[in-house]
Design a protein around this ligand. Structure first.
Ligand code: SF4
Length: 384
């Protein structure tokens, strides 16, 4: 046990109990951060709590948001707006959105129009990663966003607080990297459902308070004695923004997969290595994002094609196969699938395509498909 069961309900609860608790204790303000990558250090440096907003999950009904968007759009955009209409975002003093796709861009404007009292601050992420100006440009954009958040906090943002905030998030990112490495090495010691729950919890807590929980989980996982099951090792991609139901993740595992790498919640663990300290903290953050962040379907970086990054992940995690688990109507994900598929076929890596929506209740069909996929691989292995 990694002590994760107690958090299972917390991560699905759209009353945001950990956030309410933090607010009551500290009296601080709260900033909601839409995925994928939000510079959480900025609100934190201002004494505010950045909180991941990942839509309504399968716990809310859409009564108002459907009429504000076209039909063929991912669930997270609609259900995040619905959270606003049903008062679940009243707890938040501001929202951060950024340039990942057209639906997310539109959501920022629709939010601002419908809830003028809650600033929706928009972060422009760099699109040309090879321009010599990209790092100074992104650093100045982060500075601009910091100033906009300063108006919400009621005080200006200081470099010294930014450096401290980078350090605080670096601690949890380092611990998450550790847990992820542990799972790749021995997935029987920490399941992906457990790891996911812990990583999601990080998006709902002060990093100073989530770090001890992660340390405890590392210790428990290292001590766990579990014999490896007869499963295939799988890299999962496609769930970088909208998140699949936890039950779906569990179904994949119980259908015979050890997920040894994934792109869940990647925006909260985007740095491949520690962000360099010293110097201008905005520039350090900008440089780390431009030069050393994980591959993201919403980040266009021709120096490291995402299909190549996927193949590297399969090799380094010693995976047998890839499952693409994409949110329905997510264009960045579906565009990438075409590239992934070609690369996987060229490298002879078996793969399976699955789609999900927030409002999924039945997992039998998915489970059946995955079981067939796993059995065919185990059978091929046995007869090879
Ligand atoms: S799920 Fe895909 S389409 Fe929807 S907001 Fe996220 S990146 Fe954009």
């Amino acid at each position: 046990m990694t002590g994760w069961e107690q958090y299972r309900d917390v991560i699905e609860d759209r009353e945001f109990p950990t956030v309410r608790d933090w607010r009551e204790r500290t009296g601080g303000k709260v900033i909601g951060c839409f995925p994928v990558y939000a510079p959480v250090e900025l609100p934190y440096a201002l004494g505010m709590l950045p909180v991941g907003i990942f839509g309504g999950g399968n716990r809310i009904e859409l009564a108002h948001a459907d009429s504000r968007f076209q039909s063929f759009i991912c669930s997270i955009v609609k259900s995040t707006l619905e959270l606003g209409f049903i008062g679940k975002l009243d707890l938040f003093d501001g929202l951060l959105f950024h340039s990942i796709c057209d639906p997310a861009r539109n959501l920022a404007s629709v939010m601002q129009r419908n809830f003028a009292e809650r600033p929706a601050i928009y972060v422009h992420l760099p699109q040309n990663m090879t321009s010599p100006s990209v790092v100074p440009w992104f650093a100045s954009e982060l500075r601009r966003v910091g100033e906009a958040l300063g108006a919400v906090a009621g005080r200006p943002i200081r470099d010294v607080d930014m450096a401290r905030a980078i350090g605080a998030y670096e601690v949890v990112r380092g611990l998450l990297r550790h847990l992820y490495a542990l799972r790749t090495e021995a997935p029987e010691r920490i399941s992906t459902a457990e790891l996911y729950t812990l990583a999601r919890l990080v998006t709902l807590m002060d990093p100073a308070e989530s770090a001890p929980i992660l340390r405890d989980a590392i210790e428990r996982s290292q001590q766990r004695q579990e014999r490896p099951k007869d499963r295939i090792r799988v890299v999962l991609v496609g769930s970088f923004c909208e998140q699949p139901p936890l039950e779906l993740i569990e179904s994949l595992e119980s259908a015979g997969c050890y997920l040894v790498d994934d792109d869940f919640l990647q925006g909260w663990r985007w740095a491949r290595r520690a962000v360099a300290g010293g110097g201008d903290p905005y520039e350090a953050l900008a440089r780390a994002y431009v030069e050393d962040s994980v591959h993201l379907s919403t980040k266009h970086d021709l120096r490291r094609p995402r299909a190549q990054a996927l193949i590297e992940s399969v090799k380094s995690s010693r995976a047998d196969a890839v499952i693409f688990l994409g949110a329905k109507f997510c264009e960045p994900g579906l565009f990438d699938y075409a590239l992934y598929r070609r690369a996987l076929e060229e490298h002879g890596i078996p793969h399976l395509f699955l789609e999900f929506e927030e409002k999924m209740w039945l997992y039998d069909r998915v489970r059946g498909e995955v079981e067939t996929f796993v059995e065919s691989m185990l059978f091929t292995e046995a007869t090879a």
